[in-house]
Design a binder for this molecule. Sequence first.
Ligand code: 6PG
Length: 265
Amino acid sequence: MGQKLRIEYFVEPDAAALARRAAQHFVEVTAQATAARGRARLAISGGSTPKAAFELLADAQEPLRSAMPWDKLDLFWADERCVPPDHPDSNYRMTREAMLDHVPLAPERIHRMEGELAPDVAASRYESELRTSFRLEGAELPRFDLIALGMGPDGHTASLFPHTAALRETSRLVVANHVQNKDAWRITLTAPVINRGASVFFLIAGADKAQILREVMLGPRDPERLPSQLIAPSGGILTLLLDKAAASLLPATGGKGMGALERKG
Ligand code: 6PG
């Protein structure tokens, strides 16, 4: 807390260009990680925005698919709905249909949150999965090479929703979080785990996100109301991949397509 955070935002003209930019970002960061460390561990979000990027990564006609080092990456999730993996609301199902069914990622490299289990059981099992996969000891946090986040119109990210218990969790890696206004349970990585990520980015599209994005990035600090403000990667840089509509209330990029802000983390 208190450390300066540099927020770099990249603005694409429309949703299709944003999806391509996001897919390229996945490939670039994953390739850097595998070149440096021989492997890459990614945590992705669900919702609707990332779907088009996942489809591009899976498109056999696209160079991106063959550029992705599938044999060296392990895929995790930032959050999941507490539903079975074949449920229409499942983040895993969306990812499987958009990408996993079409790429050479081995099943043992796909680390699904088990939304079909009791929420606390699913959270504990995923925490154990992280401890095993990252060979964690004691209070050590997993350091994902890349964490892809979305932002809801209420300022939530992953399943860190406004005024929910998960926002105040500072020791667990993964928790079950009850979301009152959805009357639903979620499984989510906690903010400390997300902030430990080597590279963390938000992927945000649409005019309906412009106001909340401005509040999160430029407004007074109020993470209980704006949980996305909890995201302040320890490396001091946060990346935003935006379409023009979502970026419309941020300082203009002056045609360069890229802007930067500073905020107290
Ligand atoms: C989820 C996501 C969630 C998502 C935001 C944005 O489980 O829904 O992980 O955090 O990123 O709600 O969702 P959209 O991309 O659909 O706007």
